[in-house]
Design a protein around this ligand. Structure first.
Ligand code: ADP
Ligand code: MG
Length: 615
C-alpha cells in the first residue's frame, strides 16, 4: 500500500498556484484587482512577450507597510476579511489571500511599495516562493509589482502557453474588462512599449466604454439606468437593435464591480430584445448590476468569474426590465448617411460601392457631451431620465428547481408581468406626406427633416403589435371550398400540435390523413392566395425556433402572419394607407420591424446643405 505523506509547503503552493495562475492574463487580473482594492486612482499595466517575460503593474494605492510586505506573499494572508461572517458580504475584489502566494510560487516577483504616510518604502524579491531579499527603498507612494519569467519552474504549465500574441490578447481583454468594471480608476495598458488603451478614470462609465470599446461600438449603444426594489440597480449601455452583433463576445456583465459570466443576465438581456432584433444577432452590452453584497455569493468559482445570486428571479427581472425600458424609451431614429464631403462615417456595416449610401449611425442631435480622450462629434445617445422601475422584485423563492427550469420559469414570469409599454412620445411637430418612391419608401417632411419610411417594415410592425395586444380578436373567414395543404410530415405535425394557437389567430385546420391538412378557415386580413404560404411559413418558423421557449410557436406565428398580412414593397397602395403607416411611425409607436430592422431613417436639411456645399 502506498504511504500517505503531507506534501512539502512549496509543492503544495505550486499545486494551489495552478488554480489561480493559469496564464499571464490571470496574473494581471489578480494584480490589477489588488491595485483597485488598494484604492488606486491610476493603474498602469505593462507586459512584454504576452506577459511571459514581464508583467508590471503600478498603482498609486495605499501601499503595503514594511512589516506586512513578506506576509502578503504567504498563503491565506489577506487584509480584506477577518472571519467567516465577512465572507458573507464581500466588498472587495480579492478575499482569499492566495494570489500573491500563487504568483510568487511560479515566477520571479519584485515588489516595490510605500504607504503614502511612510517616509521610506520596501523593496522585496521573491522567486519560486522563496524570499530572496528585502530592503528599504525610496519610491513613490503606492505599489509596483513586477513578475518575470512566469512558470520558469513549472515546465508542464509552460508547455500549455500559446504564442505571445495570443497570451497578450487575453491579457488585453482582461485589462479591458477591469477598465469597464471600474470607470473610477484610470487604467493604462502598454504592450511591448506601445500604449494600447487608456481610460480617464473619470468615474463615468460612458468614458470608459468609449476608451475601451472605441468609437464605432460606442456609437451604437444606448444608456440603461434603472433602480429596483431590493436594492438592485442596473446601469450601463446596450446596443440599439440595429447594432446587434454576430456573437455574444460583446456582452460584458458586472456584478458589484466584478466581471462575471451569468446565464441569468445573458438570458434577461436577450429576452428584452425579443421581436426587436434579427435572428442570429446578439445585443452588445456593458451592464453593471449592483446588489447588496449579501445578495450574491462570489466565493463559488476559483477565478471568481461566476457568482451565485440569492434570487435569480429578481436579477432576471431587474436586467430584463431595465433593458426593456431603455429600448422603449429610445426614440431616436437612424440617420441617412451621405458619402463624400461633410458626411459622417458609418458605424459597423460599411457601405459597399454602388449601394445606396445609407448606413446607420446615431444622429448628431442626440449628442449632448464631449468625451475627454478623443475629439468626436457624436456620442452615445442618452436616455435622459431614469423612469421609475416597472418590474417589482419579489421575495426570493424558498425552493429552487434546477437552473434550466428556473431560467425558463423566470423568463415566463417576466414576460407575463410585462405591462404594455407606454409609447414614447415624440415631440408634436406638423408633418407632410410628400409621397412614395420606388413603390417602397414613403417620404415625409417634418420641420427640417426628411423621413424615409420602409412601408413594409413599418406595416409589419403595426400588424405584429396589433396581434400581440391582449384584446386582439381576429375575424375568421370560412373558406367556401376548404383547401387541402400537403406539407412535409413534421411541418404538418407542428401545425396540428399548435391547433389551438392557430385558432386563436383565426385559422381553422384539421388533420386530413396522409400527412395532409384541411384548412377550413383563415384570418380575414390575410389574402386568400396567401393562406397556404402563410401556414407553411408558420410551420417552418415553429420548426426552426424549436420549442425551447414556451412562447416560441406564438412568436413564430406572429412573425409569419405580420409579414404576410403587411403591405409589400413594390406593391401599389392608396395614399390613405400610406398615411396611416406614416402616422404610426411619426407617433413613435413604430420604430423597428419585428426582425429588428429600422422602419425609418432621417435625412436633415443640414446634411443636404453640406452635400450641396451650400454651407
Ligand atoms: P487578497 O487580494 O485575496 O487579499 P492577495 O494575495 O492578492 O490576496 O494579496 C494579499 C494582500 O496583500 C492583500 O490582502 C493586500 O493587503 C496586500 N496587497 C496586495 N497587492 C497590493 C497592492 N497593490 N496595494 C496594497 N496592498 C496590496
Ligand atoms: Mg488579491
Amino acid at each position: 500500500m502506498p504511504q500517505i505523506l503531507q506534501l512539502e509547503a512549496h509543492i503544495a503552493d505550486l499545486i494551489a498556484a495552478g488554480e489561480v495562475v493559469e496564464r499571464p492574463a490571470s496574473v494581471v487580473k489578480e494584480l490589477v484587482e489588488n491595485a483597485i482594492d488598494a484604492g488606486a486612482a491610476k493603474v498602469t499595466v505593462e507586459i512584454q512577450n504576452g506577459g511571459m517575460s514581464l508583467i508590471r503593474v503600478t498603482d498609486d494605492g495605499c501601499g503595503i507597510a514594511a512589516e506586512d510586505a513578506e506576509t502578503a506573499f504567504l498563503r491565506h494572508a489577506t487584509s480584506k476579511i477577518k472571519n467567516q461572517y465577512d465572507l458573507e458580504a464581500i466588498g472587495t475584489l480579492g478575499f482569499r489571500g492566495e494570489a500573491l502566494a500563487a504568483i510568487a510560487a511560479v515566477a520571479r516577483v519584485e515588489l516595490l511599495t510605500r504607504p503614502p504616510e511612510a517616509a521610506l518604502g520596501t523593496s522585496l524579491s521573491v522567486t519560486g516562493g522563496v524570499v530572496q531579499g528585502r530592503e528599504e527603498a525610496g519610491c513613490p507612494a503606492g505599489s509596483t509589482m513586477v513578475v518575470r519569467d512566469l512558470f520558469f519552474n513549472t515546465p508542464a504549465r509552460l508547455k500549455f502557453m500559446k504564442k505571445d500574441a495570443a497570451e497578450g490578447a487575453s491579457v488585453f481583454a482582461a485589462v479591458q474588462r477591469l477598465a469597464l468594471s471600474h470607470p473610477e480608476v484610470g487604467i493604462t495598458f502598454l504592450r511591448d512599449g506601445k500604449r494600447e488603451m487608456q481610460t480617464p478614470g473619470s468615474g463615468a462609465l460612458r468614458d470608459a466604454v468609449y476608451s475601451v470599446l472605441g468609437r464605432d461600438l460606442a456609437l451604437g449603444l444606448m444608456e440603461v439606468d434603472a433602480a429596483f426594489d431590493g436594492d438592485m440597480h442596473v446601469s450601463g449601455f446596450v446596443s440599439v437593435p440595429t447594432c446587434c452583433r454576430g456573437t455574444r463576445g460583446y456582452q460584458h456583465f458586472f456584478v458589484n464591480g466584478r466581471h462575471v459570466k451569468s446565464p441569468t443576465m445573458t438570458a434577461a438581456l436577450e429576452e428584452a430584445y425579443s421581436n426587436q432584433k434579427m435572428v442570429g444577432k446578439f445585443p452588445a452590452c456593458v451592464l453593471h448590476l449592483s446588489v447588496r453584497p449579501n445578495a450574491v455569493d462570489v466565493n463559488v468559482h476559483p477565478a471568481k468569474t461566476e457568482v451565485k445570486f440569492g434570487a435569480d428571479r429578481d436579477v432576471f427581472r431587474a436586467v430584463y426590465g431595465a433593458v426593456k425600458q431603455a429600448l422603449e424609451g429610445d426614440n431616436t431614429r437612424p440617420a441617412a448617411v451621405l458619402t463624400g464631403a461633410g458626411a459622417k462615417p458609418p458605424t459597423q456595416d460599411s457601405v459597399t460601392p454602388n449601394q445606396i449610401p445609407v448606413s446607420l449611425y446615431r444622429k448628431a442631435e442626440t449628442v449632448p457631451q464631449e468625451l475627454p480622450l478623443h475629439d468626436i462629434d457624436l456620442t452615445v445617445p442618452i436616455q435622459r431620465e431614469a423612469v421609475p422601475a416597472r418590474v417589482v422584485a419579489e421575495k426570493p423563492a424558498e425552493i429552487r428547481p434546477a437552473p434550466e427550469t428556473r431560467l425558463a420559469e423566470v423568463r415566463e414570469a417576466a414576460r407575463q408581468e410585462e405591462s404594455p409599454p407606454a409609447p414614447p412620445v415624440r415631440e408634436e411637430c406638423p408633418w407632410r406626406l410628400v409621397g412614395e418612391v420606388l413603390h417602397t419608401y414613403i417620404i415625409v417632411e417634418q420641420g427640417e427633416t426628411i423621413l424615409l419610411i420602409d412601408k413594409h417594415a413599418a406595416h409589419e410592425r403595426m400588424h405584429f403589435d396589433r396581434m400581440q395586444a391582449q384584446d386582439y380578436t381576429p375575424m375568421m373567414q370560412g373558406l367556401l371550398a376548404p383547401a387541402v395543404l400537403t406539407l412535409p410530415a413534421e411541418a404538418g405535425t407542428a401545425l396540428l400540435q399548435n391547433g389551438a394557437l392557430l385558432e386563436r389567430f383565426g385559422f381553422a385546420i384539421e388533420e386530413f390523413g396522409g400527412g395532409s391538412i384541411l384548412v377550413r378557415g383563415a384570418p380575414a386580413d390575410l389574402d386568400l392566395a396567401d393562406v397556404e404560404d402563410t401556414l407553411a411559413g408558420i410551420a417552418a418558423a415553429i420548426l426552426e425556433t424549436g420549442t425551447a421557449r414556451p412562447d416560441a410557436p406564438r412568436d413564430a406565428l406572429l412573425h409569419t402572419m405580420a409579414c404576410k398580412a403587411a403591405i409589400k414593397a413594390g406593391q401599389k397602395n392608396a395614399p390613405e394607407e400610406l398615411r396611416r403607416v406614416a402616422e404610426a411611425v411619426l407617433s413613435g409607436r413604430v420604430r423597428y420591424c419585428p426582425h429588428g430592422r429600422p422602419v425609418a431613417i432621417e435625412l436633415t436639411k443640414g446634411q443636404l446643405e453640406r452635400q450641396f456645399k451650400r454651407t
